[in-house]
Design a protein around this ligand. Structure first.
Ligand SMILES: [Cu+2]
Length: 333
C-alpha cells in the first residue's frame, strides 16, 4: 500500500477532531490492561490485593477464599455503582416538571423487594458456605508427621521439639532473647502440628506467608481456647518473618521471629545436631550454631543456613531511644 493510500485511509477512518481523544483513550486502556504484565506479576498477584503469596496448602485455600470474596464484592460494587449513576444521570428532575413535583413512587413493590431480599441472602449464603469449608480445612485437627511447641512470653518466643532431647536430658528448645531473634526451623513437605501456650498475657502467632494467625493464650484449656493447629506442609524452602499479632505490652512490636523452612534432609540433620554437644562450645548446639554447621556441611544451603535471622533483627530495648531503628546492615553504612 502506497503512502498516499495509507494517509487517505487514515484521513477517512478518523475524522481529525476525534483522533487525539480516541488514541488517548486507547493508550490509557492499554496501560491499565498491561500493568499486571509489565510489573511481572500475573492476574493472581493483582487479585491478591496485598495478600502475601502463601506457602502452605491451607494458605492457598485461604487466598482463594479472599480472592473470591473480593471479586464478588467488586461485582456487587460495580452493579450498585452502575445503578446509582444510572439513576443520577437519567432520572434528574426535568425542566418541564413543576417545582414541587415528586417523582413516581415505587415503594411497596413486592416483587422488587423480594428480589432485593433474595439476592443479598444468596450472596451471604454462598460466602458463608465457602468460608465454612475453608475454615474447617484450615482449622482441622489430625495426626501429623511432627509437633512443635510454641511458648509466647513478653516479649519473645520459645520453640521446642517434643521427643528430642539434648545429651543433658533437656528438651531441644530455641529461646528468643532481646539479642537473638528465635528461628523456628521447620521441614518442607511434612505435616506439622503447632501446640501453643503463653506464659503471661495473650499473644498471637502470625506468619504472613501462612496467611494464618492464632491467638496464644495462657492456660488455653481453662480459657476454653484451642491451642493446636496444623499445616499439611510447607511448599518450599525459605525464610519467612513471623510476628506477634496481638497487642501484648510495651515491646509487642519487637516480638518478631523467623520461620526457616529447610528440606527434610537438611532439617533432619539440623535436629540431629541439636541433640548433640557442640565441640566448639562444650554445650548443646543452639539453633544458630546447628544451622551454621548444616551450612558448612552443605554449602549449597547458602543463606538458608544463615545462623541469624535474615528477615528481621533484634530491636534495641532502650526506652530512651529516640531515633529511627535501622537494620544492622543499614546502620553501619
Ligand atoms: Cu505478643
Amino acid at each position: 500500500m502506497g503512502r498516499a493510500q495509507r494517509d487517505g485511509r487514515r484521513g477517512t477512518a478518523h475524522p481529525r477532531g476525534g483522533l487525539g481523544a480516541r488514541r488517548a483513550l486507547k493508550i490509557a486502556a492499554l496501560a491499565v490492561l498491561s500493568m499486571p504484565f509489565l510489573t511481572a506479576c500475573g492476574i493472581e498477584d493483582v487479585l491478591r490485593f496485598g495478600f502475601p503469596e502463601g506457602v502452605t496448602p491451607q494458605a492457598e485455600q485461604i487466598r482463594h477464599l479472599w480472592i473470591g470474596s473480593v471479586v464478588a464484592a467488586l461485582v456487587v460494587g460495580v452493579v450498585t455503582w452502575g445503578a446509582m449513576f444510572w439513576a443520577v444521570i437519567f432520572h434528574r428532575k426535568k425542566k418541564e416538571e413543576a417545582a414541587d413535583a415528586i417523582p413516581r413512587q415505587t415503594q411497596y413493590n413486592l416483587p422488587l423487594e423480594l428480589v432485593f431480599t433474595v439476592i443479598p441472602t444468596i450472596i451471604v449464603a454462598v460466602l458463608f458456605g465457602f468460608t465454612v469449608l475453608v475454615q474447617n480445612y484450615a482449622d482441622k485437627d489430625e495426626a501429623t508427621d511432627m509437633t512443635v511447641d510454641i511458648a509466647a512470653k513478653q516479649w519473645n518466643w520459645d520453640f521446642s521439639y517434643p521427643g528430642h532431647t539434648t545429651p543433658d536430658g533437656k528438651d531441644v528448645v530455641t529461646i528468643g532473647t532481646s539479642d537473638t531473634i528465635p528461628i523456628l526451623v521447620l521441614p518442607t513437605e511434612r505435616s506439622i502440628t503447632f501446640n501453643q501456650y503463653s506464659n503471661d498475657v495473650i499473644h498471637s502467632f502470625y506468619v504472613p506467608e501462612f496467611l494464618f494467625k492464632r491467638d496464644v493464650f495462657p492456660l488455653p484449656d481453662k480459657n476454653d481456647q484451642d491451642p493446636t493447629w496444623v499445616i499439611d506442609r510447607i511448599d518450599r524452602e525459605g525464610a519467612f518473618v513471623g510476628r506477634c499479632a496481638e497487642l501484648c505490652g510495651a515491646y509487642h512490636a519487637m516480638m518478631n521471629f523467623e520461620v526457616r523452612a529447610l528440606s527434610p534432609v537438611r532439617f533432619d540433620r539440623w535436629l540431629e545436631l541439636r541433640t548433640q554437644v557442640n565441640p566448639a562450645t562444650g554445650a548443646p548446639y543452639t539453633a544458630g550454631e546447628a544451622l551454621a554447621a548444616v551450612g558448612r556441611e552443605d554449602p549449597t544451603c547458602g543463606e538458608l543456613c544463615a545462623p541469624l535471622a535474615t528477615t528481621t533483627y533484634p530491636f534495641p530495648t532502650d526506652r530512651t531511644y529516640r531515633s529511627a531503628q535501622l537494620p544492622p546492615s543499614a546502620a553501619g553504612s
